[in-house]
Write a protein that binds this ligand. Structure first.
Ligand code: NDP
Length: 293
């Protein structure tokens, strides 16, 4: 048996086109061009590359980028001052502060200072609380991306046995809540979980976000299950560096019903979901109905 490969790259391209069309509609019908401020502090190469691809995607979708590149020694007060300015700027519909931040800056204080209505990363405690309460919220981009990928396999998640491996504030926790809000039966696993292989074997939907290269083995996967691999791990094999997920892909593909590859699965969709969140934020702030993407 060979699983269906969920092609995140192709689905992201489709979604990007839909976002661009919706952006154009907002501009034409309401004179509203969504704007996103991206704040990068320091010169961490991975962060620089993420920020560059986010800004590129934004421009391609017809949105307005506001880029702020600050030196590594920037202080917390200065960053809080910039966020305050952006909170009050009506041309800025979304604010993204690229993480991780340098040591002298308290990340929680920065996240809490962002206007929740402009919190396109969905990390603000108010948005986390709204998601928990089943209220409309800006939801972190990766869980939004995962749900969109899952929905290409399962029209409905009602009653499905789902296992979320990982419980970070960025991926695992919000994704388990997103699945719960879809009426899946959700189990959450973490480093203290016992009998993980057995738990995995029960899951019709297995989502993994742990940051451990190829940790989930094929023999742990229920035959026919849908597997969403969020992990991005750089490994060196035979002197060559490559990216792998948290799931052993070549084994998983023999057992699962559908599986996301790494790279080319969750990653490309996550960036487009940042644009989706920016559209949502812009519509919300203008008192318009949510965008059709
Ligand atoms: P964190 O390190 O913040 O969280 C990891 C979670 O996994 C923790 O809850 C931890 O449990 C759990 N965990 C770690 N090892 C095990 C294990 N052996 N068994 C069970 N649970 C385990 O990671 P993130 O959630 O931020 O990221 C996870 C992965 O996803 C990384 O590879 C990251 O690069 C990738 N990622 C990909 C994105 C994308 O767009 N594709 C976006 C964001 C992240 P505990 O809480 O007990 O410590």
């Amino acid at each position: 048996m060979s699983a269906r490969i969920i092609d995140g790259k192709a689905l992201a391209a489709e979604l990007r086109a839909a976002v661009a069309a919706e952006t154009q509609r907002l501009v034409t019908a309401h004179g509203l061009q969504p704007g996103l401020a991206v704040v990068l502090i320091g010169d961490n190469p991975a962060s620089k590359s993420y920020v560059a691809s986010k800004s590129r995607a934004l421009v391609e979708a017809g949105m307005r980028p506001f880029d702020f590149k600050l030196p590594a020694e920037t202080g917390e007060a200065e960053l809080l001052g910039l966020i305050k300015k952006l909170n009050g700027d009506s041309a800025v519909n979304g604010i993204l502060v690229q993480l991780p931040l340098p040591r002298q800056i308290n990340t929680s204080r920065i996240i809490a200072s962002i206007d929740p209505d402009k919190d396109v990363d969905g990390f603000h405690p108010l948005n986390a609380g709204r998601l928990m309460s089943g209220l409309p919220a800006l939801v972190p981009c990766t869980p939004v991306a995962c749900l969109k990928l899952i929905k290409t396999v399962h029209e409905s998640l009602v009653g499905i046995d789902a296992l979320m491996v990982g419980r970070s504030h960025i991926v695992g926790n919000p994704l388990s809540q997103v699945l719960l809000n879809e009426n899946a039966t959700v189990t959450v696993a973490h480093t203290f979980t016992r009998h993980l292989p057995e738990l995995c074997r029960r899951a019709e939907l297995l989502c993994v976000a742990i940051g451990c290269a190829e940790f989930i083995r094929g023999e742990w996967i229920k035959p026919g299950a849908t597997v969403i691999d969020v992990g991005i791990n750089r490994v060196t094999v035979d002197g060559k560096s490559r990216i792998v997920g948290d799931v052993n892909f070549s084994e998983a593909v023999e057992v699962a019903g559908a599986v996301t590859p790494v790279p080319g699965g969750v990653g490309p969709m996550t960036i487009v979901c940042l644009l989706v969140n920016t559209l949502r934020a812009a519509c919300m702030q203008a008192g318009l109905p949510p965008p059709a993407v």
